[in-house]
Design a binder for this molecule. Structure first.
Ligand SMILES: *Cc1c(COP(=O)(O)O)cnc(C)c1O
Length: 458
């Protein structure tokens, strides 16, 4: 094996990047209320806002787009989609949806979550919102080390099995609609869940007759990290690891915008006949007929091909190596990150990096703004702005446990020199970090405020 891990693809089509000056960026940022969600993509140089729907498709995926069968019912593209997903997950029913959140809405709509609990290592925000919208309560029970950015444990995405057991004992199994495991744990730093943990959670759920569903958005990255880090899996294929993982669950939801390597799409998969029938009926109501579910035939082809490519181990080796490379570069520049790096993003611990900015003055968002001013880089704050809430009675901000900045790396989009550039900007920001000032909110919406908030430097 050579030392250099290369991008295992070559470039067939290019999209120009638009360079701006620091003066221009300062003005753009001011006009956008210091909120990068309100900046036009053409004014961004390196866009690390999200890895969702931003993948570059392969020539085989584009070929599939041309082959797409657009028949309303029974399209051949659906059967290919179904076959690929069944061969990976083993689930009997495969229900296409337009995104992951549609799969969530349909699943919770048939699982009687009203006045019940749903437990998860950490709920993704759309998952939590869909449960709460239906009158359920979403409870996160990650392992304690998940909340310690500097802790080097290999599987910080794990669920706290002891907490799961005591929660079931305390509330009674009938009060828990379902248990979910998010792999990798996106909101918890993109950290993987171990096979051992999945097995334990599955055994507890089976014992109490509580259904277990996998939020499978980044299953391929999670399975590759199992292969790298968990004893007994180093010589197994990533696909066989995925097959074993899904065998412990009753079903899964997935956003194909992540490890589906597609720009849109998702699915719900499960074994239960009655539930699947109810879900297909709900699907027809809002998404579409069960053989397309809100997607075009060409999208089903792109996803089927993308899922196979996401399990390619040369691709996964490059993918994980590129995340690790960015994380190492930042650490060398003295930027504290969540360790060890996960599968799709590097997370900066903003409170540790900017101790001079009070936690209530949005240190993460201040850092996001500085990365944009210095280098035209777009990252996203996952901290006080995204998850903080005003106490209704006292008006005091309740701050989340961590204040992070996420740099999510789109799949197969940027080259190593792009990442070298990001590291160089990180070094520059670190050298002059004392000059970074806090921010204050001047406008916030009543929910999901980070998307539209406007801020001003203090
Ligand atoms: C993106 C994501 C979702 C929701 O998927 P969408 O396609 O954006 O609706 C759910 N869970 C996790 C962990 C995600 O990352």
């Amino acid at each position: 094996m050579t030392k250099t891990i290369i991008e295992p693809f070559k470039i067939k089509m290019v999209e120009p990047l638009h360079l701006t000056s620091e003066t221009e960026r300062k003005e753009i940022l001011e006009n956008a209320g210091y909120n990068l969600f309100l900046v036009k993509a053409q004014d961004i140089l390196i866009d690390l806002l999200t890895d969702s729907g931003t993948s570059a498709m392969s020539s085989e995926q584009w070929a599939g787009m041309m082959r797409g069968d657009e028949s309303y019912a029974g399209a051949s593209s659906f059967y290919r989609f179904e076959e690929v997903i069944r061969s990976i997950t083993g689930f009997r029913y495969i229900i296409p949806t337009h995104q992951g959140r549609a799969a969530e809405r349909i699943l919770f709509g048939t699982m009687n979550v009203k006045d019940k609990f749903v437990l998860n290592n950490t709920h993704f925000d759309t998952t939590r919102a869909n449960i709460e919208y239906l009158g359920g309560t979403a409870v996160d029970i990650p392992v304690p080390e998940a909340l310690v950015p500097s802790d080097e444990s290999p599987f910080k995405g794990n669920m706290d099995v002891q907490k799961l057991k005591s929660f079931i004992q305390e509330k009674g199994e009938k009060e828990i609609a379902l248990v979910m495991l998010t792999i990798t744990n996106n909101s918890g730093g993109g950290q993987p869940v171990s096979m051992e943990n999945i097995k334990e959670v599955s055994a507890v759920c089976k014992n109490s007759r509580i259904p277990l569903f996998i939020d499978a958005c980044r299953f391929a990255e999670n399975c590759y990290l199992i292969k790298e880090r968990e004893h007994g899996y180093s010589s197994r294929s990533v696909k066989s690891i995925a097959q074993e993982l899904f065998s412990y669950a009753d079903g899964c939801t997935m956003s194909a915008k992540k490890d589906g390597l597609a720009n849109i799409g998702g699915f719900l998969a499960l074994n239960d006949d009655k539930l699947a029938q109810q879900e297909k009926n709900l699907l027809i109501l809002t998404e579409g007929f069960p053989t397309y579910g809100g997607l075009a035939g060409r999208d089903l082809e792109a996803i089927a091909q993308g899922l196979e490519e996401a399990l390619d181990e040369d691709y996964l080796n490059y993918r994980i190596a590129s995340i690790r490379y960015l994380q190492k570069g930042f650490e060398k520049a003295g930027i504290p990150t969540v360790k060890p790096p996960g599968g799709h993003a590097v997370y900066i611990d903003s409170r540790a990096f900017l101790p001079h900015v009070p936690p209530e003055q949005f240190p993460g968002q201040a850092l996001v703004c500085e990365l944009y001013i210095q280098g035209g880089i777009r990252a996203v704050e996952v901290g006080a702005l995204m998850f903080g809430k005003k106490d209704r009675r006292t008006g005091i901000e309740i701050l989340p446990a961590l204040d992070l900045v996420r740099l999510a790396v789109p799949r197969r989009v940027y080259t190593q020199s792009h990442i070298d550039y990001v590291i160089e900007i990180g070094e520059k920001v670190a050298k002059e970090k004392e000059k970074i000032q806090g921010l204050k909110l001047v406008y916030e919406a009543p929910f999901l405020r980070h998307f539209t908030a406007r801020l001003l430097p203090i």
